[in-house]
Design a protein around this ligand. Structure first.
Ligand code: AR6
Length: 169
């Protein structure tokens, strides 16, 4: 357990000065609402141009682009599961988003990565259960890999921030 590499912040992820920020995207990868819309607006239209070359992404996996006008060098686009009651592999798919994003970040030499609360908006994943899966996935990654990377959980709403604060303490 490497809690010292895990940080909790309440912030707009588009402002994060880290090597990579993660986008909670959809399978088409051509932008959307929520954090996806905010990232595309802040990065500028070149991000959409690069996303058009990616040919989408499966749920639970991730693809990487440059960050363009963002302070972050990279955007890692991952597709969280839509909540369908909890018996449709939602937990594993959500963990997959965190794990594959971390792998991509490390492969690209990133020393820091910022995650939003994937799937907890439009995709309706219960916030507490999502936070638990997110923390589990990151801790398992630290246990299985020697790669030093600073992980920021970036909460935008107060409820998610309180949940993470409680679970991380
Ligand atoms: N910085 C950090 N977190 C944010 C920001 C921001 N600027 N804006 C919103 N959030 P959502 P999903 C938080 O709906 O549930 C999109 O249309 C927000 O408070 O953005 O994975 C995509 O294109 C919430 O906790 O993503 C997909 O179609 C979290 O981001 C779909 O929504 C995730 O909420 C994905 O749904």
């Amino acid at each position: 357990m490497e809690l010292s590499n895990i940080h909790l912040v309440k912030a707009d992820i588009t402002r994060m000065e880290v090597d990579a920020i993660v986008n909670a995207a959809n399978r088409i990868l051509l932008g959307g609402g929520g954090v996806d819309g905010a990232i595309h607006r802040a990065a500028g239209k070149e991000l959409l141009e690069e996303c058009k070359t990616l040919e989408g992404c499966e749920t639970g996996l991730a693809k990487i682009t440059k960050g363009y006008k963002l302070p972050a060098s990279y955007v890692i686009h991952t597709v969280g599961p839509v909540w369908r009651g909890g018996n449709n592999n939602e937990d594993e798919l959500l963990k997959g988003c965190y794990t594959t994003s971390l792998q991509l970040a490390v492969e690209h030499g990133c020393q820091s990565i910022a995650f939003p609360n994937i799937s907890t908006g439009v995709y309706r994943f219960p916030k507490r259960r999502a936070a638990y899966q997110a923390i589990e996935a990151v801790m398992q990654f630290f246990n299985n890999s020697k790669s030093p990377i600073e992980v920021y959980f970036v909460c935008f709403d107060e409820e998610n921030y309180r949940i993470y604060h409680e679970l991380l303490n």
